[in-house]
Design a protein around this ligand. Structure first.
Ligand SMILES: N[C@@H](CCC(=O)N[C@@H](CS)C(=O)NCC(=O)O)C(=O)O
Ligand SMILES: [Zn+2]
Ligand SMILES: [Zn+2]
Length: 191
């Protein structure tokens, strides 16, 4: 059987709702779940093949999107949260008991500072923005996918309408480079 990319991708993508304005995420503990309340839909939702983003077991990709950090609050069992890697750019707050990542936050100077990274599959609500692209695709090789499987993986994303990139989408790469240029003193008119 072909490996699962992700349950939200494998059988085609269900569109989100433009009027949807947020909901709750829960970890996967049987009781005393960590609860996160999001007062916003996600943006730039995408499949990520990197080794650091949380993914459900059996899936090759994570689905991760961003929300303004002001729209994120921990509304139950905050004491179960722990940062996976304090040195990483994205400080991923995981449940100590079930291992699910509830939100990832950037504290250092970075183009995406102010945005938290979240996994909408941890919500029961419907309407979250659907995945827009697949990033860090080649990174799945670092976790054991065979290089010869990569055409099949990229073809599957294309079949459900998603472009694949080996880092991020052009829009996000441009944002990162614009930030870097501005830090080095370049000024752009009419951004
Ligand atoms: N090939 C590496 C890529 C890791 C990576 O750069 N991940 C991206 C996408 S989530 C990132 O922005 N990481 C920042 C971080 O993890 O803090 C891996 O798979 O571990
Ligand atoms: Zn948990
Ligand atoms: Zn990632």
């Amino acid at each position: 059987m072909a490996p699962s990319l992700h349950p939200l991708i494998d059988n085609g993508i269900a569109p989100g709702s433009s009027s949807f304005s947020g909901g709750k995420l829960h970890c996967r503990c049987a009781s005393d779940q960590v609860e996160i309340t999001l007062n916003s839909n996600v943006a730039h939702n995408h499949a990520c093949g990197c080794s650091k983003c949380w993914k459900p077991s059996g899936s090759l990709f994570s689905i991760v999107g961003v929300v303004p950090r002001d729209a994120v609050s921990v509304t139950a069992n905050a004491s179960k949260l722990s940062i996976v890697d304090k040195e990483a750019t994205i400080q991923r707050n995981a449940c100590k008991d079930c291992g699910v990542h509830l939100f990832g936050r950037i504290e250092k100077d970075h183009p995406f500072k102010g945005l938290d990274f979240v996994h909408v599959e941890l919500s029961d609500e419907k309407g979250w923005q659907e995945p827009q692209f697949a990033g860090f695709v080649s990174s799945i090789i670092e976790q054991g996918s065979h290089p010869k499987e990569m055409d099949e993986v990229r073809d599957k994303f294309k079949a459900v309408g998603l472009q694949t990139y080996d880092v991020l989408s052009p829009v996000l790469m441009d944002l990162i480079s614009t930030f870097t240029a501005q830090k080095s003193g370049i000024r752009f008119a009419n951004l």
